[in-house]
Design a protein around this ligand. Structure first.
Ligand SMILES: *Cc1c(COP(=O)(O)O)cnc(C)c1O
Length: 406
């Protein structure tokens, strides 16, 4: 959490040119809304379309530090048109969810991971640092205030969007020394309402999402903007999402699918299986779901837990290593490519059924067809999805990953 200007020193202060106040939960004020909104029927929810009654807000000023945080009614901000966020995209965010457990208590899934990732994003775009434990404490308070907005139905949750924007009101091309931090909440239903349906991906050689030394491993708003037009073109060609590639001497490396990490399941000659995902080399967003899937699969293979539907004796070897479209072609030809799936907080696990690939010199798209399974998901996709959702919703306790908000 080092920033050229300020550094969190852990005593409630940021150390910089002068010590200034850090984010402080003991200064929280709560103003409850006097006009509560009707809570929509869970079946009618569209992702990100409805916001809850309240939001958490704090602002940063280089002289006075972080303001006293506020929980207050959800509503618009007034911002100077020259604000850094509008001119230079000093916008970062997180995506996380709150669930209700069987005991009725709201729970978060590995929220410390989102907090440290947000702190890393802030550092990458030189937004001010903040105490990430303090932010988590504040988020828990917000979730308790809007607890009734967590849909109490399996596969449903309250999506949370912690955001920090640069509010320096000047056109000077430089870091924003003013910022606004806020957290908004949106109830969501399952990604697949009618059961899992394999998605199709168009592997693009025309545009890249991330590159070595770039910002692809951080959750910066600007990383998504450049994908909107290619995504629209892919949709016109009949594909659900883009499969982002990156070319190097090994060929067209697979990196991510839309805004999700990717995995492939590859059979081995010894009867075991390999679970492969691209390494965190700076071009891959370090997903919490990705990390969790690697951890529970390793735990299965080590005999520490059993993935549902997978025999305890079936070993799954995890690998964080690059693979290319040519590797996928070869595995398909050898009948070894068993499953491909995309993972992230919103969908948890989305099985992939088809990958269209258009080489640079070839105008015709060639489809790579993945094996299909009854019910829409292969055994590994299904098992890791079930295990993660059971941990998130508090039906299975594992390594303190499910954190209660009280
Ligand atoms: C957020 C995100 C992911 C998934 O991360 P999770 O922490 O699992 O939600 C993957 N790729 C990109 C580009 C993302 O923005």
């Amino acid at each position: 959490m080092s920033n050229p200007e300020w550094r969190s020193v852990g005593n409630g202060h940021l150390e910089g040119p002068i010590p200034i106040p850090d984010l402080d939960p003991s200064k929280l004020t709560i103003t409850l809304s006097e006009s509560l909104k009707p809570i929509p029927e869970p079946e009618s929810l569209i992702f990100g379309g409805t916001m809850s009654d309240h939001m958490l807000v704090a602002s940063f000023d280089p002289v006075t530090g972080w303001s006293a945080p506020e929980i207050k009614p959800y509503g618009p901000f007034t911002l100077d048109p020259a604000s850094s966020c509008f001119q230079y995209a000093t916008n970062i965010f997180e995506g996380m969810k709150a669930y209700v457990g069987p005991d009725g208590t709201p729970r978060l899934f590995r929220p410390d991971k989102n907090m440290t990732r947000l702190a890393r994003s802030a550092e990458r775009v030189a937004l001010p640092p903040f105490n990430s434990d303090a932010l988590l404490e504040l988020i828990k308070k917000l979730v308790v205030v809007d607890k009734k907005w967590i849909p109490n139905l399996e596969g449903h949750s309250l999506y949370m969007r912690p955001t920090i924007i640069g509010t320096r009101a000047s056109l000077g091309v430089t870091a924003s020394d003013h910022a606004l931090l806020y957290v908004i909440l949106s109830p969501t239903g399952p990604y697949f309402r009618t059961g899992p349906k394999p998605i199709s991906l168009l592997a693009t050689t025309q545009n890249v999402r991330a590159w070595p030394g770039g910002t692809g491993s951080h959750k910066l708003a600007g990383n998504y903007t450049s994908g909107f037009s290619p995504q629209r073109k892919a949709a016109k060609q009949g594909y659900d999402q883009l499969l982002w590639l990156l070319k190097d001497e090994s060929g067209w490396k697979v990196t991510e699918a839309g805004a999700m990490n990717v995995f492939v399941v590859v059979g081995r000659d010894d009867g075991d299986i390999d679970l492969v995902t691209p390494p965190l080399d700076g071009t891959i967003l370090p997903g919490v779901t990705r990390d969790s899937i690697l951890a529970i699969t390793n735990a299965h293979t080590a005999g520490k837990l059993t993935l549902p539907g997978i025999p305890p004796t079936k070993r799954i070897h995890t690998h964080e290593r690059p693979f290319t479209i040519a590797d996928m072609d070869r595995w398909l030809e050898q009948d070894k490519l068993q499953e491909m799936f995309a993972v992230g907080t919103a969908a948890v696990v989305a099985p992939v059924g088809r990958v269209g690939f258009q080489d640079e010199d070839d105008s015709k798209i060639r489809d790579l067809l993945l094996p299909s399974y009854e019910g829409g998901m292969g055994p590994v996709s299904w098992a890791v999805r079930k295990m993660i959702v059971d941990i998130q919703e508090g039906r299975f306790e594992w390594e303190g990953w499910s954190v209660r908000c009280e």
